[in-house]
Design a protein around this ligand. Structure first.
Ligand SMILES: [Zn+2]
Length: 305
């Protein structure tokens, strides 16, 4: 797909460059994580972009192409937990031969939502996944969101969009939307098995959440030209929304994501190399700035530390 059909209302004076710019090598190198990055997987390996939720600083910008408000914020302890999960999912996928790029190098990096989408677009990711959890709801809530959405009462798909008025921007990549729907189904099924909870393919809602733009699709998915599955895990563990989740729930979420990605875009052997013990070890030790040395406040350390 050569062009992105976003808002039909982009002012004529704005000459938006094509979203799929030539692949940039520098971000790819910069954003690869870990020592294993020095050894490149064969080029034929599918590229997976992993997007751990939220930014270290409050971001309130405007996407130049669409005029949409691009807003993100630190969310504790989610920002630490999802970064650890993303890092360990990346490590496991690399061990299985995939190429992987994280949208952040460090847990508290600030990267706008448009910039996250660009990383996946420029590198032509086979699949991008966002990893979030929600401490406002319990473990019964488990969701995977795709770019096609759910059929309405009339049995038809409706517009996937963000914004209102002149900024209303609709996702117009039908092939990508279908792929993303298929991948979300596969990831939801694998997550359901690993997490022992029903994970539903659902449709997001940003209605009544100002200053977030209204709509039904995460900004990263809207601005993407590649299939993108946005994952949420209910993570409320106690009375407080600041109570960190358990390593066990992190490990199950991670295992479900690894299995889901590998089932969605199969490559080489389906046997996952990283054992459950290694995954737990990764989650308890792969915390910045180096293994075993934690930068997060104690209160945000997962249960079991
Ligand atoms: Zn989140």
């Amino acid at each position: 797909m050569a062009a992105i059909l976003l808002a039909s209302v982009i002012p004529a004076a704005v000459t938006a460059p094509p979203l799929q710019a030539p692949p940039l090598r520098e971000p790819l190198q910069e954003l690869r994580i870990g020592a294993a990055a020095a050894v490149d997987a064969p080029h034929a390996a599918p590229l997976v972009v992993i997007d751990p939720g939220h930014s270290g600083k409050y971001i309130r910008s405007r996407d130049k192409k669409t005029g949409l408000r691009d807003i993100d914020y630190p969310n504790y302890p989610e920002i630490y937990e999802t970064f650890d999960i993303g890092s360990c999912v990346a490590k496991a996928l690399k061990a299985d031969g995939y190429r992987v790029i994280l949208t952040k190098k460090h847990a508290l990096d600030s990267v706008s939502l448009a910039a996250r989408a660009r990383i996946a677009n420029r590198n032509k990711a086979a699949l991008a996944i966002s990893i979030h959890n929600d401490h406002g709801v319990g473990f019964k809530f488990q969701a995977a969101y795709d770019q096609r959405g759910l059929k309405g009462p009339n049995g038809r798909y409706h517009a996937m969009y963000r914004g209102s008025g002149s900024h209303r921007t609709v996702f117009h990549h039908p092939t990508v939307a279908k792929q993303s729907q298929r991948y979300a189904g596969i990831i939801a099924a694998e997550r359901s098995k690993a997490q022992r909870r029903k994970v539903s393919v659902a449709q997001n809602s940003f209605a009544g959440r100002p200053p977030l733009e209204p709509g039904n699709l995460a900004m990263v998915q809207l601005l993407a030209t590649v299939p993108w599955v946005y994952n949420e895990m209910g993570a409320r563990t106690g009375r407080s929304i600041y109570q960190a989740t358990t390593i066990t729930s992190e490990a199950r979420y991670a295992r479900g994501l690894i299995a889901g990605v590998e089932a969605a875009i199969p490559f080489a052997s389906r046997a996952e190399r990283m054992s459950d013990a290694s995954l737990r070890h990764c989650l308890t030790n792969r915390v910045e700035p180096k293994p075993g040395q934690y930068t997060r406040p104690r209160a945000y350390l997962p249960l079991g530390y």
